[in-house]
Design a protein around this ligand. Sequence first.
Ligand code: MG
Ligand code: MG
Length: 280
Amino acid sequence: MTWRRGVVIKSERELELMREAGRINARALAAAVSVVRPGVTTAEIDAAATEVLGKHGAQSAFLGYPGPYPFPAATTVSVNDELVHGIPSGRRLKEGDIVSVDCGSVVEGFVADSALTVGVGEISLEAQRLIDVTQQALFACIAKMLVGNRTGDLSAAIQGYVEQHGYNVVREYTSHGVGRNMHEDPQVPNYGQAGKGMPLRVGMTIALEPMVLSGGPETRILEDQWTVASRDGQLTAHFEHSVAVTPNAPWVLTTLDDGLDEGILFRYNQYFAGQVYPVI
Ligand code: MG
Ligand code: MG
């Protein structure tokens, strides 16, 4: 994996480009999700996302990404125990599966990176709960993307929310800075201590991505050398948004919801009805 060292602060103009990339990425994920049903192949899910990137003139940040061999698709599609980096293939989804789709778009040299997990047809309550907790861990983390906080606050928000619900966070893979490169500093683990780490500054952009395991935290790499799965075969889930620090509030770059532009924190409270999150 390549990693650009040093935290790159983005200008307003650069954030606008990242927002454009993020909007296209969100559309690609929406298209991918729209074809999810029993019987569809993971390659067909990838094709739906790839078509959107092409239609908007965006390049893929994933296709050709260096690894054991260049990544062969525009999305990663990971099913059930597969956590991240699944290679789209002829595998057919079954009723009750859960599937994570991760996509990266490049617009005028700037990358947006986001992911989500959805059910295939009817899924178990247990699977739905895992999906919900993972998504809410992402929101809990986004709410900490504030000037004056530190990267440890992001890590602790994810770990705290996930473990409080009886699940585990991944240890080997992290949230990460994003910009002209898909992976930049700072590296932000899914676990850590509040108040530690690098201070968050205006113009920092981080792809926040809780990767959650319903069983033990250990992972393994499958024979294709890319796919990361839970070692114990238990279900996993993954959500991701690329988010900018602004003077006032988090700015979610990879959403279709324009109401999240300018990072209006009260929106997050809708997702946390009945739970208390400090709005700073
Ligand atoms: Mg991603
Ligand atoms: Mg990422």
